[in-house]
Design a binder for this molecule. Structure first.
Ligand code: MG
Ligand code: MG
Length: 261
């Protein structure tokens, strides 16, 4: 069942999404060689709780339950990485995925950061994955279908010779962290559920430099590329308002911290 949101609910969700955005802005200032993922996780948890939120990933059901507030996935880790005390190295990339619950509604978004100096080849992977996200969002109009989002993401990634992860997908968002519909990053135009006013989706391309195939580490969570090549992940929360996409989350805090603007 797909739950459509009222304008009031969407504004509450915008506040949740922006708490994630602000958290990622804090993290952006700290990402550098020598810093540990566990330190970043601690900063994020404090900031979320200080601002009236609850970290959504901590204790998320699994075997074992997810132990941290952030998923931090380094280099060939695609998503669901568990923060450790192993310091980041110059040239790494890290996907930081953050979820909060605030006022009963979830926010959930992600950004892949370069650590220090990253090779031109990997910088291109980051750029193209972010482009995939926005090309998917452009399709989020009333009357289109989920497959239009999926196709736009897959087409752009594969044009650059990249692999599109199949097993993990975007999703509806609301009073639950994962609601229907699923939003695959691959698919056919005109297929899937129809997009409607009040729909809120977390769109999240996971794009591999090499093969689309993945494997899971024996920690019960971390997803790795099967060929050991790097993977990137960007995620936004997007509502349909007046028939058009309205991005509830924002990379502005990150871009300001990284001086990209
Ligand atoms: Mg996420
Ligand atoms: Mg998500």
């Amino acid at each position: 069942m797909i739950y459509l949101k009222t304008r009031e609910e969407i504004e509450i969700m915008r506040d949740s999404a922006l708490l994630v955005s602000r958290t990622l802005g804090i993290i952006a200032k700290e990402v550098k060689p020598g810093v540990t993922p566990l330190f970043l996780d601690k900063l994020a948890e404090e900031f979320i709780r200080d601002n009236g939120g609850i970290p959504a990933f901590k204790g998320y059901p699994g075997n074992p339950p997810f132990p941290a507030s952030l998923c931090i996935s380094i280099n060939d880790s695609v998503v669901h990485g568990i923060p450790t005390n192993k310091a980041l190295n110059d040239g790494d990339i890290i996907s930081v995925d953050c979820g909060v619950k605030k006022n009963g509604y979830y926010g959930d978004h992600a950004y892949t950061f370069p650590v220090g100096n990253v090779s031109a080849e990997v910088q291109k992977l980051l750029k193209v994955t972010k482009e995939c996200l926005y090309l998917g969002i452009e399709q989020m109009h009333s009357g289109n279908r989920v497959g239009d989002i999926s196709f736009a993401i897959q087409y752009h990634a594969e044009k650059h010779g990249y692999g599109v992860v199949r097993e993990l997908v975007g999703h509806g968002l609301g009073k639950q962290l994962h609601e229907e519909p699923e939003v695959p990053n691959y698919g056919k135009r005109g297929n899937g559920p129809k997009l409607k006013e009040g729909m809120v989706l977390a769109i999240e391309p996971m794009i591999n430099m090499g093969t689309k195939h993945i494997k899971q580490l024996n920690d019960g969570w971390t997803i790795l590329t099967a060929d050991g090549k790097p993977s990137a992940h960007f995620e936004h929360d997007v509502a349909i308002i007046d028939g058009k996409p309205d991005i509830l989350s924002s990379f502005a805090y990150i871009e300001e911290a990284l001086q990209l603007t």
